[in-house]
Ligand binder design. Structure first.
Ligand code: SAH
Length: 389
């Protein structure tokens, strides 16, 4: 075992910059090089049919699978003591086989009068990931991670700088939400008990690079209770750098989540540098795949565009963006760049931002600026990044 990545701190979260969630000295983690053991199998990794088989395989009655699902997905009851409909003798065995502890909270950090709460999680192998819960007067959004780290290497993004640790399992993705729903129900977030309204895959990682597990997680989130959490695909946003084959697969498999495309430049020359995967799939191909998804799913596409001073914020680029998107069912989300430590880049000047917006809007394309202080950051976690490998 070697100390994780030389205890290199990750830069802060680009949007909710609440101070560090980095581990304190006693919390330093160890990760085996190359990503370590597989996460333990968990109920949330399995389809309802697979759960029955798994329960039968350890000599229990198949209907116990439904009972466990009820406890996990409908009651968020993780403690076997609470499973009073299951004989005490069977509870521990079922818990260790199907509901092992996947992750533990290292720390919560809050901002915006505690209505934004980041959670730093430690996974079974010591890997750290974050999720964020954002409470607004009328809704609650959670921003979750699909990978530990990210392999896409976008130079302005904190997570991209540290590389990919590993994919999260379906259950590791789902559990971030289950815990958030439990915390909301139990009144742990100021404002009284509440229900979760939206989920955005805008934390660490590129969700479409972990396609099967993310697709499985969406099924678990949206299957009716008690097979899943009973949420609506309409309230889930998957954000991608533009992995075209995975976008087309997503469209072909009948998903109806919202899709956000991190464009950040309308021209290939600049996008090749800001979103390096553009050297493989060009702006035109990415947008065509997005329109295909939009048609199949019936959803309006979100185009994400981080405004970076003097890099991608020229009015002519706004005009080009408007021309590319004109007439499509699309909405542009401008995100003022949240500079990462050591970065030479920063957010645009107000006058440049204004001219950029006007250039886009001149084509009749809806465009809004995300408020990075927390009121209007729906879908905009940016990268969860204060964790340390
Ligand atoms: N990998 C996915 C999802 C993660 S990030 C994707 O790239 O879409 C969610 C959004 O935050 C992306 O649009 C990403 O480009 C953006 N983002 C990352 N770092 C940022 C920063 N420093 N400032 C503003 N937006 C950022």
């Amino acid at each position: 075992m070697t100390p994780a990545a030389g205890a290199r701190p990750r830069p802060p979260h680009p949007i909710c910059d609440t101070g560090t969630t980095m581990p304190k000295p006693g919390e330093l983690t160890f990760v085996a090089p190359g990503g370590a053991k597989k996460p333990p199998r968990h109920l949330a990794d399995l389809t309802p049919a697979e759960r029955k088989d798994a329960v039968a395989a350890i000599g229990e009655k198949p209907f116990r699978a439904k009972q466990l699902s009820q406890h996990y997905f409908a009651r968020y009851a993780l403690d076997p003591e609470q499973w009073t409909d299951i004989p005490a003798a069977a509870r521990e065995r079922l818990a260790s086989e199907l509901l092992p502890e996947l992750m533990s909270v290292v720390r919560h950090v809050s901002c915006d009068d505690d209505t934004t709460r980041k959670t730093l999680w430690r996974l079974h192998d010591g890997t750290l990931v974050e999720s964020v819960l954002m409470r607004y007067p009328d809704r609650v959004t959670m921003c979750i991670s699909s990978q530990a780290g990210c392999g896409m290497n976008c130079p302005f993004c904190a997570t991209g700088q540290a590389g990919l640790d590993r994919n999260l399992s379906t259950a590791e993705i789902v559990h971030q939400i289950v815990d958030g729903m439990r915390a909301l129900r139990d009144g742990e977030v100021p404002g009284g008990p509440a229900r979760l309204s939206n989920i955005v895959f805008m934390g660490m990682g590129e969700p479409l690079a972990n396609y099967n597990r993310v697709a499985g997680a969406i099924r678990r989130l949206t299957d009716p209770e008690p097979d899943g959490l009973g949420l609506s695909q309409r309230g889930i946003t998957v954000s991608t750098v533009g992995l075209v084959p995975a976008m087309l697969r997503f469209a072909g498999e009948g998903f109806t989540c919202r899709l956000a495309v991190s464009l950040h430049a309308p021209d290939d020359e600049l996008r090749d540098t800001l979103v390096p995967v553009n050297t493989r799939w060009k702006v035109r191909e990415v947008l065509d795949a997005a329109w295909e998804y939009g048609e199949r799913s019936g959803r309006r596409i979100s185009v994400e565009y981080a405004l970076i001073r003097d890099i991608n914020d020229q009015a002519w680029r706004g005009d080009l963006l408007g021309r590319l998107l004109k007439g499509k069912r699309v909405h542009v989300n401008l995100i003022p760049l949240n500079p990462t430590p050591g970065s030479k880049w920063t957010a645009s000047r107000p006058e440049d931002e204004k001219a950029f917006i006007e250039a886009v809007a001149a084509h009749g394309v809806p465009v809004t600026v995300r408020d990075t202080r927390g009121q209007e950051i729906d879908g905009a976690c940016g990268q969860l990044a204060a964790a340390e490998r």
